[in-house]
Ligand binder design. Structure first.
Ligand SMILES: [Zn+2]
Ligand SMILES: [Zn+2]
Length: 320
């Protein structure tokens, strides 16, 4: 089979490999689509020892297995199912999960991948192939962050910092969860225009700095955005830190110090939220469909990543 090798410095080369052999407790999945993710840009820059790709839809090809022939999404953390976090339903926090699909073991930029069977997520028949991968990071990650914040902030003005896939997902999720007034800060014209088309009000960083927001979703991973979020979250409001970066640099100042507020970090989503995420997708299916604005096969993947990294694509798909 063919798979992508991330060489570093933005280079992706196709390679030929033996098809993966499913270990006990695993199934072979023929990849149907794998969505590009901003977090893939680090493997793209650095090079990566395994095949990246972690927003995977495929069809199980494991004769005799209960899932054989069925479409499935792949849950990223290879969770154990019996540690205290798993038992409590927080499968994304499994204390025994050392491997993430597409990070420490081969992922979805390939024709096939071996998947631990506990990581298979069902896909209802009414969800098309091109939309199903959005149920993972775009909806799953954004919705879990908003659900955590919803425990302390039930409504009001929301601000989304960064309109990449997670930020755009957050705008749609916020709408779906009753936050009717959503603003967005996004420097890239294409993404900002798209966010506005979803009903978000565009603000510059300077404009946002003069306002106060009950809920801030930080989805850029940039220090300047984190600083803005911490300063502009309203008293008793919440900031959800979804964007990822290697390290934070924040200047603690009076605007941050003299305020009660909730700072929330969330990682991915509990596997039990999958059904609720499907309901969110069904509730705004046409808008989610507009996010998927390009596709490429293995030979076009490097160029597609280039356009994605420049902010010229929203949520493109690799289709082998
Ligand atoms: Zn991702
Ligand atoms: Zn566990």
């Amino acid at each position: 089979m063919r798979a992508a090798r991330f060489e570093g410095a933005g280079r992706i080369t196709p390679r030929t490999a033996d098809p993966p052999r499913a270990a006990p407790g695993e199934v072979l999945l023929r990849v149907m689509a794998c969505a590009l993710c901003g977090s893939d840009l680090r493997p793209l820059r650095q090079g990566w020892p395994v095949t990246p790709g972690h927003e995977i839809l495929g069809r199980v090809a494991q004769p005799g297995h209960a899932w054989d022939g069925r479409r499935a999404l792949v849950y990223i953390p290879v969770f154990c199912g019996h540690c205290p976090e798993c038992v409590a339903g927080h499968t994304q926090l499994c204390r025994n999960a050392t491997d993430l699909m597409g990070w420490q073991r081969d992922g979805g930029y390939a024709e096939a991948v071996s998947v631990p069977e506990q990581c298979l997520l069902p896909v209802p028949d009414d969800i098309p192939d091109t939309l199903a991968p959005l149920l993972l990071d775009t909806i799953g990650t954004a919705a879990h962050g908003v659900r955590l914040a919803h425990r302390v902030v039930r409504g009001g003005d929301a601000l989304v910092l960064g309109a990449g896939p997670i930020g755009l997902g957050a705008i749609l999720v916020l709408r779906g969860m009753g936050f009717s007034r959503v603003s967005v800060v996004e420097p890239g014209a294409y993404r900002a225009d798209f966010a506005a088309s979803l009903g978000a009000q565009r603000l510059t960083m300077e404009e946002a700095a003069t306002q106060r927001f009950d809920l801030v979703i930080e989805a850029s991973g940039k220090d300047a955005a984190r600083q803005l979020g911490l300063e502009s979250v309203a008293p008793m409001g919440a900031m959800v830190q979804l964007g990822e970066a290697d390290a934070w640099t924040v200047n603690e100042n009076k605007a941050i110090r003299r305020k009660d507020f909730f700072l929330i970090r969330s990682f991915y989503f509990p596997i039990g939220e999958h059904d609720a995420n499907i309901a969110l997708l069904r509730g705004a299916r046409d808008d989610y469909a507009r996010l998927v604005d390009a596709t490429a096969d293995l030979d076009g993947l490097e160029a597609l990543f280039g356009a994605f990294a420049r902010g010229e694509r929203l949520k493109p798909l690799f289709i082998p």
